[in-house]
Design a protein around this ligand. Structure first.
Ligand SMILES: Cc1cc2nc3c(=O)[nH]c(=O)nc-3n(C[C@H](O)[C@H](O)[C@H](O)COP(=O)(O)OP(=O)(O)OC[C@H]3O[C@@H](n4cnc5c(N)ncnc54)[C@H](O)[C@@H]3O)c2cc1C
Ligand code: FES
Length: 262
């Protein structure tokens, strides 16, 4: 699959909370070729400061050649990205990694928690487009508090997919965890659960899927330097006793392919 290094102009910046931001970038080659679950490496600063690119899931693409990333400030690179203004240019490399495999003939259940919501908009859009009707599909989104979830809900609602919402503090939707909601649902035995979020959340989602005997795909994170298989920085143990590169073999895996500490 082709990868591109683009000088992407920032079209729009949105600030959803003190630390949560969304950037819309003009990146036509990546927008055209990306699949849901893939990511881009972005050089957050100018010149060599900071040196390494940072990985971000592709939040959504549009037919007019734009991509979005949704991120939280956690350190220097993301802090620099949050200061970017419309009209600035960023160096973007991608699309990278393996995305979700969509099983179009069976119901989909998407579970996104915290920053794990980021790749799920692109996935929900792709599933609904492929099927033409996502009346049998559902999505569960959760976060610590309302500001982590509510600003994104409008975009998900565009496709008519059934949404269930949760916050840890009860400020929006169910008071509790996305996994509480998941455990309470009846799952079609041919359903696929697609999930991204904090590791303990994904481990619990997989546990629930295993007991119910339904397929589960996970999008995992790791610290990454190169994003393309050259530095070995992103290796993760697999259930076969080997190591996978999250950047090349993932970030999306069948949950049973990985080792989980629950
Ligand atoms: C495939 C992939 C997709 C990602 N998608 C998104 C996304 O859509 N939105 C988003 O906000 N973030 C995403 N991340 C995480 C994002 O890349 C990091 O938050 C970012 O690189 C931090 O850069 P920084 O310079 O701000 O922080 P740094 O100064 O580099 O680090 C700050 C702190 O964050 C920790 N950290 C840095 N990177 C990671 C990581 N990958 N996993 C866990 N802890 C980390 C560091 O250990 C340190 O404690 C993704 C990561 C991967 C691997
Ligand atoms: S990030 Fe370098 S090998 Fe994966």
């Amino acid at each position: 699959m082709s990868q591109y290094q683009e000088k992407a102009t920032v079209i729009r910046t949105e600030q959803f909370s003190e630390k949560n931001y969304r950037l819309t970038l003009d990146s036509p080659d990546i927008a055209r070729s990306a699949k849901a679950g893939q990511f881009v490496m972005i050089r957050a600063g100018f010149g060599k400061d900071p040196l390494l690119r940072r990985p971000f899931s592709i939040h959504q693409t549009s037919t007019n050649g734009q991509i979005q990333i949704y991120f939280k400030i956690v350190g220097r690179g993301t802090d620099m990205l949050a200061r970017i203004k419309a009209g600035d240019d960023l160096s973007v490399f991608g699309p990278l990694g393996k995305g979700f495999v969509i099983h179009e003939n069976f119901p989909a259940l998407i579970v996104g928690g915290g920053l794990g919501i980021a790749p799920m908009l692109f996935l929900a859009k792709s599933i609904c487009r492929l099927k033409g009707d996502c009346g049998n599909d559902q999505i569960i989104l959760g976060g610590r508090e309302k500001v982590e979830v509510e600003p994104l809900v409008k975009d998900f609602k565009e496709f008519g997919i059934k949404m269930l919402l949760a916050t840890d503090d009860g400020s929006y939707g169910h008071h509790g965890l996305v996994t509480d909601i998941l455990s309470s649902l009846e799952l079609h035995n041919r359903c696929t659960v697609y999930t991204c979020g904090p590791e303990p959340m994904m481990a619990r989602v997989y546990e629930i899927c295993k007991v119910r005997n339904v397929a589960c795909q996970v999008s995992v994170e790791s610290v990454m330097a190169c994003g393309m298989g050259a530095c070995l920085g992103c290796s993760r143990p697999t259930s076969k006793g080997t190591y996978a590169h999250v950047c090349l073999n993932g970030p999306v895996f069948k949950a049973e392919e990985l080792v989980w500490n629950s």
